[in-house]
Design a protein around this ligand. Structure first.
Ligand SMILES: [Zn+2]
Ligand SMILES: [Zn+2]
Length: 412
């Protein structure tokens, strides 16, 4: 017997209903904000992610699925933002459309250690806006994430925000961080000792107690921002207050990817224990230019669908209450029945029948197991009279209806 690959998951029909509900709700909310869907390949040039996420990012160093093909290396996409920026530039959206609002749904891939309960193929719902530096846009994006979660019947989430500042601010902050952390080098965990060389910012969100303690003692504030970035961050906070969106400022929030600048945010949920993030996002004002496009401010976020499923109270509507289940007695009735359910489906009424040679009693039981709305019973008697017997499975009421009236009856 074959088993599914470690770190992957089968979504069976019962759960797929909930996925459909989450996807439909997300599409509706994105439409309210005038976002358009974009669908991109699952494989990209591996160099795209090295360049955009940064060589020192955990994802690039340890988690990429790489496919080697002759001279080329492809990567199964580990996240959506880099692909969207690649597409934005490649399709000349920077020249033709400029300001662009896009959303996406789909699988991402990371070589996680499966014993941590993380999936190697998981799904993101996300959005990106490219073409503006306006702080009002940051407010729109964060409030959109908040509204989306609420509409997905999720409560108890916390939005943490921070500003990393522009590239200049990031460089000077990284330098001063490296300076003050070098004195504490021995106290840091092994990973962070490594990070101190390549990516000191990452130390701020290390989950190890010893590192958390060191970081807490640094007493960080957002004073490392230049005037412009400080003012931008103030406008973001004010804008969120204005809309009544609740948030916490967390000066330790850095996000692990090189491309982030200015506003970053993370959404956590109290119901999830130590791996409590359900989504994250931020600005990446230099990435479009970095990847070969024009200078363009940009911001986006992604939510992990599998994480949403753990905390949503959304009820999926299993919509079988209109299903008509055909039950026949004899070959002639079966032929007639097939014709009838064919015409029902043509009229948009869902219909099914027995293919397993069940007795009438067995077929009726099947109709009830399927939670069909109606059983459609046909035997020689019905054919002779030009009628069908329709049983309402909920009330148990059963009556004869002229064949010609059946569709009308079921549509009403
Ligand atoms: Zn700045
Ligand atoms: Zn650490």
């Amino acid at each position: 017997m074959y088993k599914r690959v470690s770190g992957t998951k089968d979504i069976l029909p019962e759960e797929a209903y909930i996925w459909q509900a989450i996807e439909e709700t997300s599409r509706n909310i994105f439409s309210l904000y005038n976002f358009k869907e974009i669908r991109l390949p699952l494989i990209e040039d591996a160099a795209l992610f090295n360049r955009s996420l940064g060589e020192s990012a955990e994802i690039v160093k340890k988690q990429m699925f790489i496919i080697h093909n002759k001279e080329e290396s492809y990567a199964l996409r580990p996240e959506g933002t880099a692909s969207i920026v690649r597409s934005y530039i490649e399709n000349n959206l920077d020249k033709n459309a400029n300001f662009t609002k896009l959303y996406y749904l789909g699988p991402m891939f990371r070589l996680e250690r499966p014993q941590k309960g993380r999936l190697r193929q998981f799904n993101h719902i996300g959005c990106e806006v490219i073409g503006s530096y306006d702080a009002t846009l940051d407010v729109e994006i964060i409030s959109l994430a908040d509204i989306l979660l609420k509409r997905l019947s999720i409560n108890g989430h916390t939005i943490k925000i921070n500003s990393l500042g522009c590239l200049k601010d990031k460089v000077s902050f990284t330098d001063s961080l490296r300076k003050s952390l070098t004195e504490k080098y021995r106290g840091l965990c092994q990973d962070c000792q490594e990070r101190l060389k390549n990516n000191p910012l990452r130390i701020l969100d290390c989950k190890k107690d010893e590192c958390k303690e060191i970081v807490r003692n640094l007493g960080l504030k957002d004073s490392c921002l230049c005037d412009e970035c400080g003012a931008h961050f103030n406008r973001v906070k004010k804008g969120l207050d204005n809309l009544g969106v609740k948030y916490e400022v967390d000066p330790n929030l850095v996000r692990g990817l090189d491309y982030y600048t200015q506003t970053v945010f993370e959404i956590t949920h109290q119901g999830l224990g130590s791996q409590d993030a359900i989504g994250a996002g931020g600005r990446y004002n230099n990435l479009v230019h970095e990847l070969g496009g024009a200078e363009a401010g940009a911001i986006g976020f992604a939510l992990g669908v599998e994480r949403l499923l753990l905390v949503t109270r959304i009820k999926a509507e299993v919509n079988d209450k209109n299903l008509v289940y055909l039950v026949t007695l004899g070959d002639k009735a079966r032929d007639e029945g097939v014709k009838i359910i064919y015409s029902l489906r043509e009229a948009g009424i869902p219909a099914d029948m027995d293919y397993e040679g069940r007795s009438i009693k067995g077929a009726m039981r099947k109709a009830s197991d399927l939670k069909a709305g109606f059983a459609l019973i046909i035997g020689d008697n019905e054919i002779e009279k030009g009628v069908v017997t329709l049983k309402n499975m909920l009330s148990g009421e059963q009556r004869e209806i002229a064949r010609l009236d059946l569709t009308k009856e079921l549509i009403c």
